[in-house]
Design a protein around this ligand. Structure first.
Ligand code: SF4
Length: 94
């Protein structure tokens, strides 16, 4: 399991240069153009999350995806539906 996230404000894009996904097939991080069955999606997202869990810019990446309401893919170790849940939780808390 990944370490708990500690957010900070850094919405520059400098961190993208250090993302482990730069050396990985982007298809692991984003849904295909065709319909993806749940087991396929879960397998693909698991691979992406495993990469994210080792990524040195995971927090910046997640913060970016949340701030920009990135609608697709795994960012910072979270799928789009998981990010929606985080944002819903933030709205409820505020
Ligand atoms: S956290 Fe994941 S999606 Fe974000 S830069 Fe790192 S490897 Fe890429």
């Amino acid at each position: 399991m990944a370490a708990p996230l500690q957010f900070h404000s850094n919405l520059s894009t400098d961190w993208q240069e250090l993302g482990l996904c730069r050396a990985t097939d982007a298809a692991v991080f984003f849904p295909p153009a065709h319909f993806e069955h749940k087991p396929e999606r879960e397998a693909r997202e698991s691979k992406a999350k495993a990469i994210c869990s080792r990524c040195p810019v995971r927090v910046d990446c997640l913060e970016w995806a949340l701030a920009t309401r990135e609608p697709h893919g795994v960012w910072g170790g979270y799928s789009e539906s998981e990010r929606k849940q985080i944002l819903l939780g933030k709205r409820r808390a505020s």
